[in-house]
Design a binder for this molecule. Structure first.
Ligand code: ADP
Length: 449
């Protein structure tokens, strides 16, 4: 087992990883940017080392500085968390070259799955259903136009290197296709430094269903059931649940089998997620694989009683997964609400600033993963997520009532948050009846723009 792990991240996920390491008896090194000097992860780790200025490209994305910090502190592994360098094949290779173990997949897995168009090809070859769409990528508007015509409207234009819900455009009408394609392409060039695009059929009002995978070096690949991440704002997840309680056993088995097939097709090792869209007729389609731990991993941890970060660390250290598919039992229902520092009355714009008062809810079945405290100054530089409220209930109903209680108890003053927006969702009739899909917020909630 590793003796010391450097955590190349910040915020709640850095704390989450430090906690897992402590329980495994592994020493931890935090890295931080100059503006994160007072961040909790810096205080909670055994050692901390500054890796540059606030700007992520000079600190949390600075591979040289992170690798140097690993040498200086004699850490034997790096946990990248999510975001930042977690899905960078270049970073994975750099770690390999320096003989530092990266707690995550290999460079080739990230490369194969990180390019959405390549991932589609791999899935088609493996017999995993994908959304009908273009075979490869294209930068040519006329070629794309013809493809869209073949696929049939509505279509979704996606950036091959896109992520985080960005770089996508839905087109309902062929008249405006070329204009949208060009806009999406130039957005992609700026955001991802890659303007290769591909086209998919736009599935109307699907559920976003994803399967958690764990795979070790010895060919054991297991899934830990699904998460329903249909409550999204502009293709970004806001509420996640596990399991998806409208799904029957046979569909769960079918989708689980496909998720395993997808992971095995690339010889995947580590924790990962296979994402699908599920349409109204129970057809499901692979959309992408995330080759990292995800924000919403706690809902799966709660219903399976498996610590995903610990498993990920053990797998990276060369251990065998010591349970099998039959051992995975789903118990109860878990829900996560992502609390962001943003102003819901002003188009959800980020609301950085100093937290004056912070009261943390508690009680049975409640888990709060957060890096904030009273007096903490949220910098404008990073992601606006400040807390994850996670609850467990014996069934969906109990979990919802518990989450409502938690949303009532929590106090965060000094900044704006989306807490009231979550309250509204949890009071919505359709949400309560589990009649949700990825268009829920746009159709049910938004009076935003
Ligand atoms: P990202 O990598 O940016 O998160 P994804 O491919 O995972 O992008 O898609 C994010 C979300 O966008 C999905 O959960 C879904 O809501 C929507 N989406 C993506 N592809 C389609 C599609 N073909 N049809 C309908 N919605 C889609």
């Amino acid at each position: 087992m590793f003796k010391k792990i450097l955590i190349a991240n910040r915020g709640e996920i850095a704390l989450r990883i430090i906690r897992a390491c402590k329980e495994l008896g592994i020493k931890t090194v935090a890295v931080y940017s100059e503006i994160d000097r007072d961040a909790l992860h810096v205080h909670m780790a055994d050692e901390a080392i500054c890796i540059g200025p606030g700007n992520s490209s000079k600190s949390y994305l600075n591979m040289n500085n992170i690798i140097s910090a690993t040498w200086v502190t004699s850490a034997d592994a790096i946990h990248p968390g999510y975001g930042f360098l977690s899905e960078s094949p270049t970073f994975a290779r750099a770690c390999e070259e320096q003989e530092i173990k990266l707690i995550g997949p290999k460079e080739e897995h990230i490369r194969k799955m990180g390019n959405k168009s390549e991932a589609r090809k791999t899935m088609i070859a493996a017999g995993v259903p994908v959304v009908p769409g273009s075979e490869g990528d294209t930068k040519d508007a006329n070629e794309a136009f013809e493809l869209a015509d073949k696929i049939g409207y509505p279509v979704i234009i996606k950036a091959v290197s896109g992520g985080g819900g960005r770089g996508m455009r839905i087109v309902y009408d062929k008249e405006v296709f070329i204009k949208n394609f060009q806009m999406a392409k130039s957005e992609a060039a700026i955001a991802f430094n890659d303007d290769a695009m591909y086209i998919e059929k736009y599935i109307e009002e699907p559920r976003h269903i994803e399967f958690q995978i764990l795979a070790d070096e010895y060919g054991n690949t297991i899934h830990l059931g699904e998460r329903d991440c249909s409550i999204q704002r502009r293709n970004q997840k806001m509420i996640e649940e596990a399991p998806c309680s409208i799904m029957d056993t046979s569909l769960r088995e079918k989708m689980g089998e496909m998720a395993l097939k997808a992971a095995k097709a690339v010889g995947y090792v580590s924790a990962g997620t296979i994402e699908f869209l599920l349409d109204k007729h129970n057809n499901f389609y692979f959309i992408e694989m995330n080759t990292r731990i995800q924000v919403e991993h706690p809902v799966t941890e709660w219903i399976t009683n498996i610590d995903l970060i610990k498993e990920q660390i053990k797998i990276a250290a060369g251990e065998k997964i010591n349970f099998n598919q039959q051992d995975i039992k789903i118990n109860g229902h878990a829900i996560e609400c992502r609390i962001n520092a943003e102003d819901i009355h002003h188009n959800f714009r980020p609301s950085p600033g100093t937290i004056e008062e912070y009261f943390v809810p508690g009680g049975n079945g409640v888990r709060i993963d957060s890096h904030i405290y009273s007096g903490y100054k949220i910098p404008p530089t990073y992601d606006s997520m400040i807390a994850k409220l996670i609850v467990w209930g014996r069934d969906r109903n109990e979990a919802i009532n518990r989450m409502k209680r938690v949303l009532d108890e929590i106090i965060i003053t000094g900044i704006h948050t989306n807490i009231d927006f979550h309250r509204e969702i949890l009071d919505n009739e359709k949400f309560l009846k589990n009649k949700i899909n990825t268009a829920f917020i746009a159709t049910e909630m938004i009076k935003e723009n």
